[in-house]
Design a protein around this ligand. Sequence first.
Ligand SMILES: [Zn+2]
Length: 425
Amino acid sequence: MPAQSFAPSSRLLARWLDELGRVSDERDRLTRTFLSPAMERANALVGGWMRTAGLAVREDDTGNIIGRLEADPEPVEGARGRKSKTLLLGSHLDTVRNAGRFDGPLGVLLPIVALAELRRRGVVLPYAVEVLGFSEEEAVRFSGAYLGSKAYTGRLRAADLKLRDARGNTLRSVIEAHMGTGKKFTPPARAHAPGELLGYLEVHIEQGPVLEAENLSVGVVSAIACQRRGRLTFRGKAGHAGTTPMKLRHDSLAGSAEFVLAVEAFARRQPQLVATVGTISVVAGAANVIPGETVLSLDVRHPWDAKCHAAQARLLATARQIARQRGLTVQWQPTMDHHAVACSPKLTALLGQSVKTVQGRNLPLVSGAGHDAVVMSTLTPVAMLFVRCRGGLSHHPDEYASPADLQVALRVVVDFLERLARRES
Ligand SMILES: [Zn+2]
C-alpha cells in the first residue's frame, strides 16, 4: 500500500494508539508482556504501519521490531567520504498489567507518522532512520527490565537468560520457543557501532503532573534521574501482645513506621529529591503478636548521582539510628542502582529549538522514571520529549494524551528531523 493512501496526522496517530490499545493478552484490560501472543499481534500491526510509511521491517530474536528508512541517497561513501549515519527513534510496546495505551506505543507510532508526513511532503533525509519498538521495558513477565533495549545494545547477559517467569520458564527457553524449533539463542552483539549513530530520540508521556501544571503540551527532558532501590529489614523481638509490657518491647514495625515518616520528612527538605517506601510487610505477622521482623522497600531518586547516593546513605544512617534507639537491628539489601543519565546537550538543544518553534516556550524537565533511553545511552547520545498526560496519570487504563497535544508532539518531531537534516547535509 503506498504511503499516499493515508494522511499522516495526529488523528491517525490517535487511531493507531486506540487500535494497538485493543491488542491485549487479557480480555477486558490491556496487558502485553514479553513475547506473549498479544506482543506478536502488536508487532504484526506495527510492522504493517511501518511498511505503509516506507520502512523496511525486521524483527530480532528477542521480539524487537525495527523499521529502517535508508538515507537518501542510499548509504554509500558520500561526497566527503562519509557514510550516512543513523538516527534511532523508539520506545517499548510491552505494557504493565491493566495499562493505558500511550506509555511506550506513543514513542514508536509517532515517529512512523512523522516519517510518513515527511514522505508526503517529498522531504528526503540525508541520514538513515530506525524506528524501534522494544519488546520489554516494564519488567512484568521477567523481573529484569529493559530486555528489549538491552538486546539491541548488546547488553543482554548470560545471567539475564536464567531469569524465570511465573510459570518457571527461563528467559532463554521463551526466546528459543519464539525463534522456532531447534534454534539456539546467543545474546546478540550491539546492533550498531556507536560511530554509525546520530543518537536516540524517545517520545514518551510525562507520567507526571508538571506539564499540566505549566499548561504546556510538551517539554524536553534534560536528564533521567538516578534511581537506587533496596530492601530494609528491621529485626526486633516477637512477643505476646498481651503479656509483654510496652517498655520491654522491641517492635520492628514501630521502628519501621518511624523510619517511613523520617524518609518523607527528609525528602521534603531536599529540592529535587524524591524518596518512597512503597512496600512494607511484617514477617509472620499476627494481630496478637508484637512484630519481630519487618521488611520494607526504599526507593530514592535525584537528577544527580552524588546527591542520590548521599541521600540514600543519609537515610540508611537514620534507619540505623532508629534501630539503635529501639533495640532493633537493621539490614540493607540493594536491588537496583541506575545512575542518572544526562541527555545529549546537542540533541536536546536542537529538540528545544523545535519545541520553541512549535509551542513558543520550552520547559526542561527531569524524568523521575526510567525509560529505554537509559539503556540506549550506553550506545549513543539520547534525547527525550515528554508529552502532557491528563492528571499525570500513567500505568492506568485512564491514561490519556489529547489529540491537540499529540499534534504538537508530532509537529515538534517533524521539525526536529528537518533541523537535523539541515545540520547533517
Ligand atoms: Zn514507558
